[in-house]
Design a protein around this ligand. Sequence first.
Ligand SMILES: NC(=O)C1=CN([C@@H]2O[C@H](COP(=O)(O)OP(=O)(O)OC[C@H]3O[C@@H](n4cnc5c(N)ncnc54)[C@H](OP(=O)(O)O)[C@@H]3O)[C@@H](O)[C@H]2O)C=CC1
Ligand SMILES: O=C1O[C@H](COP(=O)(O)O)[C@@H](O)[C@H](O)[C@H]1O
Length: 479
Amino acid sequence: MKAIGPCDLVLFGVKGDLARRKLLPALYQLDKAGLLDKDSRIIGVARGDAEPIEDTLDTFLKEPVDKAVLARFKARLAHVSLDFSDMNAYAAIGEVVNHDTPEVYYFATPPSLYGDICQGLSGASLIRDNSRVIMEKPIGQDLASSRVINDKVDAHFNERQIYRIDHYLGKETVQNLLALRFANALFAGNWDYSCIDHVQITVAEEVGIEGRWSYFDKAGQMRDMVQNHLLQVLTLIAMEPPVSLDADAIRDEKLKVLRALRPITSANVNDVTVRGQYSSGFLRGKAVPGYAEEEGAITNSHTETFVALRVDIDNWRWSGVPFYLRTGKRMPAKCTEVVVSFKALPHNIFAKSQKQLAANKLIIRLQPQEGVELLMLNKVPGLESNMRLQSTKLDLSFFETFKEERIADAYERLLLEAMVGNQALFVRRDEIEAAWTWVDSIMEAWDQSGDGPKSYQAGSWGPVASIALITRDGRSWEE
Ligand SMILES: NC(=O)C1=CN([C@@H]2O[C@H](COP(=O)(O)OP(=O)(O)OC[C@H]3O[C@@H](n4cnc5c(N)ncnc54)[C@H](OP(=O)(O)O)[C@@H]3O)[C@@H](O)[C@H]2O)C=CC1
Ligand SMILES: O=C1O[C@H](COP(=O)(O)O)[C@@H](O)[C@H](O)[C@H]1O
C-alpha cells in the first residue's frame, strides 16, 4: 500500500454503530501500518461530547491495543459537537480543519441527512475543489429517492469528488475476483456460456438484525444486501475485461452487466424469486428469537430477511447461464461464496465405470476461510482395468498461502483509497441507479403479488421454496 499525503478526515456520525465498530478501528490499523501521514487528522462530528477512543478500540479492535500507536492515533483526533440539521453550526468545523490540506468528509449517518450536511458544509465554505465525500449505503429506498439524495449531494460535489461505499468492494477476496479472472489465462477462454452451466452467489449471515429494527424493517434484505453487495459481486463475475484498472474502465463494464439484467416483473416474479422471514430457532445450539420478536419489532411486518433469485443476464457471454443468488440473516453459518459450475463434457469415455462425470466447480470463498477451490476429477490409484474417477479438490487457502500477510478489513482499504483519490473501488451514480431500476421492478412485483415472505426457521438455509427455485431447473444449492 502506498503512503498518502496529509488530509483531514471529517467523520460525521462518529458515535454511531458503523463508526465505532468499523471506521475507527480501521483508521487505527492504517495508523499502525504507517499509512497515515504524520499531519493527517481525524475529526469526529456528532451531537454531544466525544466518546473515549480507548473504549471503542477495546470493544471493537480484534487485537490488543498497542500503546505507542494509540498515543499517536489519539493525537490526531479532534471532536466537533454539532446537530447536522443546524445550518449555522457548521462554522465550528471550519475552526478545526486544516485549510492547507484536503478534507475527506465521511457521511456515516442515515442517508436522509446527506443533503443537510452538504448544505451546512457549503454554507460554511468548507467545500473546495480538492474536498472529497464518502457516502454510506444504501442510498435511498428506491430509484426515485436515491436520485433525490444524489441530486442533493451533486449540487455541492462533482462525481470525481464522490466516493459511494459498498464495503464488499474493499474485501481482499472480492478484489481478488479481478485477479482471478483477468490475470489467469486458465479462465479467460472458459468464462462464458460455452463452458459454464450456472453460477451461484451465496451471502449467508448468522447474525439477525442486531438491534437495527428501525432501519432494517424499512429496508429488508433486498435493499440491505442484494441491491448493493450481491449485485456488485455479480458484476465482477460477469463483466467483460476492462481495458485497464482505471476507475471508469471497471465501472463502465460493471454498468453494462447491470443494464443487461433481465427484468423481473409480475409475469415471472413467482418463478424466479423467493423471499423469507426468520422465525425463532436455534443457532449453534442457542435459542434465538424470530424476526417478529426482535427488539423494537412491530407485529405483521412483511419485511424479508431472506431472498433467493434466479437472475439472467441478457448478453452474448451469459446467454442461457443462470446466476442463482441467495442471502439471508440467521442462516446456519456465515458464508459468502461464489460457485461457478462448469458444463458437462460432450462425451463421456469413462462411461463403463462412471455413468456421469461430476461437474468441475470453481468455488471462491469470499469469507470466512478465504480461498479458492477447484473441484476436478482424478483417477483413483489402483490396478482395476476400468478407471475409477473421484472428484478431488485443489484447495488454496489464503490463510495458509499468505501466512505472512495480514488480511485487512474492507474499510481500511476503502478509507485509504478515498484518501489517495482512487475511485475504482467505489460505485458510480449510474451503477446505483441501474441497480435500483432492476430491484424496484422486483419490489413492485412483490407488492402486487399480495403474498408476504415465507417463514423459515432461524438456523436453517431459508424457506423450502428456495430449494424448489433451483431444483425446478435440475440443479441444487451448494451446501
Ligand atoms: N452499522 C452498520 O453495520 C452499517 C451501516 N451502514 C450505513 O452507515 C450509516 C450509519 O449507520 P449506523 O452507524 O449503523 O447508524 P447509527 O444510527 O448507529 O449512527 C448514526 C449516527 O448519526 C448521528 N445522527 C443522526 N442524526 C443526527 C443529527 N441530526 N445530528 C447529529 N448527529 C446525528 C447519530 O447520533 P445520535 O445518537 O445523537 O442520534 C448516530 O451517532 C447508514 O447510512 C447505514 O445504512 C452501512 C453498512 C453497515
Ligand atoms: O451492509 C451490510 O452488511 C452486513 C454484512 O457485511 P459482512 O461484511 O459482515 O458480510 C450486513 O449484516 C448488514 O445488515 C448490511 O447493512
